[in-house]
Design a protein around this ligand. Structure first.
Ligand code: PLP
Length: 450
């Protein structure tokens, strides 16, 4: 780019005239740049383009804006924090709000998940949890327990740990041999058995038993942890079969294997509870979180661990660092201020309860799309929904891409697609009318791409 062009682009923040330099993540860059989808501002349930067109947010941004956009208490808290304390190191120093956020999160987490290790993204949280699991076994004199078990179709971010335990082929295949010593459970989706299930499907709890086969193959003494999303989100919304997560917990207990729930999507009300662990009555050994903790306003993530795990590290000489791990921005003051204000909004507006109380209406609205052209399956859980569309011959993902693009450009609706699956997850402030509007727009889009 010439300096003159760069200056023009830098000065025009709402209407960029040069789309060349930003290599967008998880984006079809050439298609995007040919027909961009750019939002300039947002409020509550809506995004607005630079020319003022309103776009309903059907995906809470990227599953993160659970409190709705630009909420006044959160905006004010971030502004005040920027003026008061911009940065404080969290290595050997700290600041007050970090402790407050950690204890608020520990209150929300089930059982004795009492300590919080802060990160900045779901990917960092995933890798951090895996490292804590392996290091924990060292503290127990069982350093040979280093094997990690993920699940097919799982998504745990894009770090090398996350893609190794993750099970989305496109995220793995270009990146070499990944972490050694990883195995995978089968995914839990079977259209023949589960198509058009509302909520948790009846079929599939037995798939957890595959962990017994993996243990028999590798021996429990080599396995550190199992990591799963309670509801697999990024792969296309797969609610857990009834009883599946309890069975996984029982098998982990039987063999002394740590169980990690990746709640980066399911946390903060998405399934009607602070964490899906509560919805399913299962206490994992660690929970990873991100996204909704600040309603997407400032990057924050972390791992909540059971007290026994934290205590296991609190040994040895007291001047020595117990865990050689952390990030410059762990527990950043701006993120902590945003998190506190967000958690207050969730509590004061009872947004988790709201998601629960809207769940049936939401499911009714999304299931009303059954029977439209190319609809092969519909799944819902909490305030999440997915519609599988048939792929066009020899062009997997093309119908989904067109649906996402036309929804934004022509129908004023933002949603996510994974291949040819439409994924919906509105902010938890969505009203019943807006639920109807979302379903109506999705229906129009499905017809348009038939
Ligand atoms: C379950 C899960 N884990 C981890 C991540 C990665 O989070 P991030 O993009 O913040 O690294 C995501 C992102 O969507 C996710 O859905």
């Amino acid at each position: 780019m010439s300096p003159a062009q760069g200056l023009r682009a830098a000065n025009d923040v709402t209407n960029p005239n040069d789309l060349d330099s930003w290599w967008l993540p998880f984006t079809a860059n050439r298609s995007f740049k040919a027909r961009p989808r750019i939002v300039a501002r947002a409020k509550d349930m809506y995004y607005y383009t630079a020319d003022g067109r309103q776009v309903m947010d059907g995906s809470a941004g990227l599953w993160c804006v659970n409190a709705g956009h630009n909420r006044d208490p959160i905006v004010s808290a971030i502004q005040a924090q920027a003026a008061e304390l911009d940065f404080a190191p969290a290595f050997q120093f700290a600041h007050p709000k970090g402790f407050t956020v950690a204890s608020r999160l520990a209150e929300l987490a089930p059982g004795d998940l009492d300590q919080v290790f802060f990160c900045n993204s779901g990917s960092e949280a995933g890798d951090t949890a895996l490292k804590i699991a392996i290091a924990y076994w060292h503290t127990q004199g069982q350093g040979q327990r280093s094997r990690l078990i993920g699940r097919e179709r799982g998504y745990h971010g894009v770090g090398f740990g996350g893609i190794s335990v993750g099970g989305i082929v496109a995220n793995r295949k270009l990146f070499g041999s990944l972490l050694a010593g990883v195995d995978h459970l089968p995914h839990t989706y079977n259209r023949a058995e589960q198509a058009f299930s509302r909520g948790e499907p009846e079929w599939g709890a037995h798939l957890a038993d595959d962990l017994e086969r993996i243990v028999a193959l590798h021996d429990a003494s080599t396995i550190a942890a199992v990591i799963v999303e309670p509801m697999a989100g990024s792969t296309g919304v797969l609610p857990p079969p009834k009883g599946y997560l309890k069975r996984l917990r029982q098998i982990c207990d039987k063999f002394g294997i740590l169980l990690i729930f990746d709640e980066v999507i399911t946390g903060f009300g998405r399934t009607g509870f602070a964490f899906a662990a509560e919805r399913y009555g299962v206490v994992p050994d660690m929970i990873t979180f991100a996204k909704g903790v600040t309603s997407g306003t400032v990057p924050m993530a972390g791992v909540i661990v059971r007290r026994g795990i934290y205590d296991a590290f609190m040994k040895g000489p007291e001047h020595v660092i117990e865990l050689f791990h952390g990030y410059t921005y762990s527990g950043h003051p701006l993120a902590c201020a945003a998190a506190l204000a967000t958690l207050d909004v969730y509590r004061d507006e009872k947004l988790f309860e709201r998601a629960r109380s809207l769940e049936d209406k939401w499911a009714d609205a999304i299931f009303s799309l059954k029977g439209l052209p190319n609809v092969l399956d519909i799944r819902t859980i909490g305030l999440v929904g997915a519609v599988d569309l048939a792929s066009r011959p020899d062009a997997v993902g093309q119908r989904g891409y067109e649906a996402m693009d036309r929804a934004f450009q022509e129908y004023g609706l933002m949603f996510r697609v994974t291949g040819d699956t439409i994924a919906l997850s509105p902010p938890l402030i969505v009203t019943e009318d807006q639920i109807g509007e979302i379903a109506d727009k999705v229906g129009k889009v499905i017809r348009a791409v038939a």
